[in-house]
Ligand binder design. Structure first.
Ligand code: CTP
Length: 447
């Protein structure tokens, strides 16, 4: 009996796939089809797959061509499979010519002609793309524009910028550029807001009132009341409002949360998060300072994320200690926040004028989680125990700092008509509440 094996994602199964499977089957007597696991696809940069694994497996089964279906979960698995199943022929489409020649050591390798004119990517982009407008800080938006190119179903079509002559490279190519936010909104389906935090509330509200979906850099509002109002408005209008906090979308970060919540390190006692980035403020006047993101807005939401997601938002006491660069006390160069919960504590340190080790430590009764700097770009963490032999090291691929996953989640939310966010609403509200107290000087001490 000649055994044949082939692999693929088989997303939105199409006739190109079916032709490939038919010819693969005809090469022998028994066909094994390897369907890629969601995580494996993500780790190899295939982030736009529409159907979950179970649906893709069912679709392949439905063709009646596979004698056996297996799941492909890790790089290098093909060698294991060929040996384990006693495979005679490995086959795949001609888009992979040469790529799997290393398998010739174990079996025959056949590249079959790819069917022209059809692909899963093509099917995924056939429906009308969401036209995304962007407004705010140009260098960061440049990153978002580049990341948006990896995301199916969305296209950056407009930009609101004050100074259109000095735009960084990828932004200059955007078809419609204006300095009028209202005009931008007229032309798009959704908007990405990365303007100064003091403008967020008005801009988010205006966009929602005009029926546009919003992805807004955190903090989405500077008071709890405004935050609640914006999310209620979005719900009432059937629109998606998502807070942009890329760390939440990093696979390693979300896996870390799950492991801690399942009790891997016992009962939580403390969460300590530090985020800093030194910025040269020499020669920057007080007026200019007020138009820049201070330490608390720039880093506070990121540092608050693991604290609120793990310990909840119901803290009993807090103390905020800041060092300011201006007389109005709006630009903090450094802030430390201590939170007291019923049975745990948390602290965060953020700074743009102070440098520290940007790590995250989550302490529990059985062990602790250590995420090395820069923890907010999490791709790796360790679960450490008293006995180092029990320690676990976990790595998950992170592409584009998490921005592209965040954009995929935004597009999915719009397509499905319900939020697919990784940031719970109470967390957004607690972040806004913390901002409110900071600006009101509530529980704030100065150093
Ligand atoms: N295939 C083919 N002809 C096509 C599309 C795919 O022969 N028009 C083959 C591929 O070469 C591969 C198998 O079908 O052997 C599964 O491919 P997969 O990557 O799942 O499908 P694509 O349509 O290529 O997906 P994408 O656009 O996401 O890359």
């Amino acid at each position: 009996m000649t055994k044949v094996i082939t692999y693929g994602t088989f997303d939105l199964l199409h006739y190109g796939h079916i032709r490939l499977l038919e010819r693969a089957k005809a090469l022998g007597d028994y066909l094994i089809v390897g369907v890629t696991a969601d995580d494996y696809d993500k780790s190899r940069g295939k982030i736009n797959v529409k159907q979950p694994l179970i649906e893709r497996v069912e679709a392949v089964r439905g063709t009646g061509l596979a004698d056996e279906i297996i799941i492909e979960e890790y790089e290098g698995q093909k060698i294991d499979d060929v040996r384990r199943y006693g495979v005679d022929i490995f086959t795949v489409g001609s888009d992979w010519v040469g790529k799997f020649d290393y398998l010739k050591e174990y079996c025959q390798v056949v590249y079959l002609d790819r069917t022209e004119g059809i692909s899963s990517s093509k099917l995924r982009t056939e429906s009308r793309k969401i036209a995304l407008g962007m407004t705010g800080d140009a260098p960061f938006l440049g990153k978002v524009k580049k990341e948006a190119e990896f995301v199916n179903g969305m296209e950056v079509t407009g930009l609101c910028a004050e100074n259109r002559d000095r735009l960084p490279e990828p932004l200059g190519e955007i078809p419609y550029i204006t300095s009028d936010y209202g005009r931008l909104l007229d032309r798009v389906d959704a908007v990405y807001i990365h303007s100064h935090p003091s403008d967020h509330y008005e801009q988010v509200k205006e966009a929602l009132c005009r029926g546009k979906h919003v992805l807004c850099e955190s903090p989405a509002a500077l008071s709890r009341k405004q935050c609640v109002e914006l999310f209620s408005l979005a719900k009432e209008k059937g629109l998606i409002l998502m807070e942009a906090l890329k760390t939440a979308y990093a696979t390693a970060y979300s896996r870390l949360l799950l492991l801690v919540k399942t009790g891997k390190i016992g009962r939580l006692a403390a969460v300590d998060a530090t985020c800093t980035s030194l910025e040269d403020l020499s020669g920057v006047g007080e007026e200019q300072l007020s138009s820049r993101w201070n330490s608390f807005c720039e880093w506070g939401p990121t540092a608050m994320l693991p604290i609120f997601q793990l310990l909840g938002t119901d803290y009993r006491e807090k103390r905020i200690v800041s060092r300011f660069a201006d007389r109005k006390k709006t630009y903090d160069t450094f802030t430390k926040v201590d939170l007291l919960y019923r049975d745990a504590v948390a602290s965060l340190k953020v700074g743009k004028g102070v440098k520290s080790e940007g790590e995250l430590v989550i302490s529990g009764t059985r062990g602790y989680v250590y995420v090395p700097a820069p923890w907010w770009k999490t791709d790796y963490f360790e679960i450490r125990y008293e006995n180092p032999a029990e320690n676990k090291r976990c790595f998950y691929q992170l592409d584009g700092e998490g921005i592209r996953y965040e954009l995929v989640a935004f597009v999915r939310s719009i397509e499905r008509g319900r939020p697919n966010t990784y940031i719970e609403r109470p967390v957004s509200e607690a972040i806004a509440g913390m901002m409110e107290d900071f600006y009101a000087g509530k529980d704030v001490r100065e150093i």
